[in-house]
Ligand binder design. Structure first.
Ligand SMILES: Cc1cc2nc3c(=O)[nH]c(=O)nc-3n(C[C@H](O)[C@H](O)[C@H](O)COP(=O)(O)OP(=O)(O)OC[C@H]3O[C@@H](n4cnc5c(N)ncnc54)[C@H](O)[C@@H]3O)c2cc1C
Length: 356
């Protein structure tokens, strides 16, 4: 009979949450390490005095039947969003959108914020105190007490360092460039790392704006009639009205994503300069020239996948090291879900609990 294993999962985004809950259901012992103070990773929700912003993933689509089943089994969290996405032209008045962009397929959001889905799926681990929050994994080593197992060196927000040991497997559910750094000195991981060499991820500057004055009756017509738009403007690629999503506060709030090219060109610019340029273009595109009561920016270094791995996950059963994340298959929430699920199924197959 195969015994349950102790498995470390690095990251608490949607790939990690899917992987963790699947392996937990399979009877394994799981410990999750998340460097941030919140769960959800790039399915992120920022709080502000005027309501929340989904400043990472805006919505998700559902094609994989297993993802559909998981979404339908979580109706209190997963809600359809009538985004009615429009298309804004570029500065010359051209629509240069690739024909593959489907604006009419069903859009889903987690409610009350995008981070809620990972939180919901990780709840059993949270309750069992098996998630180490604000704990950044900085090294993966052979366990000093048992060379067949792994130990993780971590750093907390207060610079405190810890070593967690006794893991039969370490699964990295983090962006490929961050996984490459973490695994660069792990001899047993070099074949896995080599397979990720061609993966490419791109950055994204995100702008968040709130206009509570739009709640006043005389200003109720503030802004455009649409709630979300893809834009062909060289500076801004996406705009959405947060208050149009289910379960959000009604205060007028917008999340704006800069284009990949512009984000890359301005990656190391001062955040204030970036903010000023994006606010100016936001006003041009929406016609909202009012002064926002709240403005903030977020720079995502590894936002979207430009070149995916081309397979759902990587798993080396001899070393007990595995990798998953959206970048394995693409750049969507659904890709992250499928990747986390497939890695968990491979690990479960290696160590079938209760089987001979
Ligand atoms: C601006 C933006 C807009 C997007 N829009 C959409 C969209 O509209 N639709 C869509 O489907 N997708 C969208 N995406 C992509 C979507 O968010 C991702 O595909 C998905 O959330 C990735 O999940 P993941 O679990 O693979 O990785 P992540 O969500 O990145 O999770 C990785 C986690 O690991 C943690 N971590 C990293 N290193 C360490 C370490 N050393 N130790 C501990 N923890 C660590 C991170 O803090 C993070 O929580 C968008 C992404 C961004 C950034």
């Amino acid at each position: 009979m195969t015994a349950s294993r102790h498995i470390a999962i690095v990251g608490a985004g949607i790939a990690a949450a899917t992987c963790a809950r699947t392996l937990l259901q399979d009877g394994h012992r799981i410990t999750v390490f998340e460097r941030s103070h919140t769960l959800g990773g790039r399915m992120a929700t920022r709080n502000s005095p005027f309501g929340t912003f989904d400043h990472g993933a805006q919505y998700f689509t559902v094609h994989d039947p297993r993802f559909m089943q998981a979404v339908q089994a979580t109706p209190t969290v997963c809600k359809p969003w009538s985004a009615n996405v429009t298309q804004l032209l570029d500065e010359q008045g051209h629509n240069t959108a690739p024909s593959s962009i489907a604006t009419h397929e069903p859009h889903w959001v987690a409610s009350p914020g995008m981070s809620t889905l990972a939180k919901h799926w990780l709840q059993p681990l949270l309750e069992a105190r098996c998630i180490e929050m604000q704990t950044c994994v900085i090294a993966i080593e052979r366990d000093s007490l048992n060379r067949a197992q792994w130990q993780l060196r971590t750093e907390g927000q207060d610079d405190s360092c810890h070593v967690y040991g006794g893991f039969d497997a370490v699964l990295l559910a983090i962006p490929a460039p961050q996984a490459q750094v973490l695994l660069k000195d792990v001899a047993q991981a070099q074949a896995l790392v080599a397979q990720t060499a061609a993966v490419k991820m791109s950055p994204c500057w995100t702008l968040m704006l709130a206009f509570p004055q739009a709640m006043q009756p005389d200003l109720s017509a503030l802004g455009p009639q649409w709630n979300a738009a893809r834009s062909m403007h060289q500076r801004i690629a996406w705009l959405s009205r947060e208050s149009s999503k289910p379960g959000r506060s009604q205060i007028e709030r917008w999340t704006v994503q800069a284009s990949t090219t512009w984000s890359r060109d301005h990656l190391h610019d001062d955040a204030q300069r970036v903010q000023a340029k994006l606010v100016k273009t936001f006003a041009e595109l929406t016609g909202i020239h009012a002064e926002p009561s709240y403005v903030d920016t977020k720079r995502w270094l590894y936002a979207r996948t430009e070149m995916p791995l081309g397979q759902s996950h990587l798993w080396d059963h001899t070393s007990g090291l595995g990798l998953c994340g959206d970048w394995c298959l693409g750049s969507l929430v659904e890709d992250a879900y499928v990747s986390g699920l497939e890695l968990a199924l491979s690990v479960a197959k290696t160590w079938e609990v209760g089987a001979g």
